[in-house]
Design a protein around this ligand. Sequence first.
Ligand code: SF4
Length: 135
Amino acid sequence: MNKETNETNVPCEVTAKKVVGILPCSGACNVGMVTTKCVTQLAQKNDNINFVCALGLPLGIEGIVKNAKKSEYYIALNGCNVGCASKALKSINIQPDVEISVTDDIGIKKNKNYFDENGLAELEDKVNSIINRIK
Ligand code: SF4
């Protein structure tokens, strides 16, 4: 934590942004694809996003597990209520701080159109507001 002074020269704490680990389920359907698209968009705009490869966690891929554990806050993005991203995180004994389901929380029906981006903007807004709250 850095110390700085404000306009009145009173020392104040400057807190570094928390590293936010976001796991998309990356499922083979519209809502799964939307989770991946959401993380890629947010990771481009925020330097404190740790894009975690969810599949590597239950497989015990050392580098991916190590990378995931660098995060200080975890958001699991699930396409549907099967909750694969949440389960992947729990498989390495990390409880997600926030779990989102695109079907349940945004109200998008699952289909096989991988280019269907319905719900993407809403999901981005939802995750953005969480990221802004925890900075
Ligand atoms: S959470 Fe749903 S959409 Fe995502 S991978 Fe699992 S079953 Fe597929």
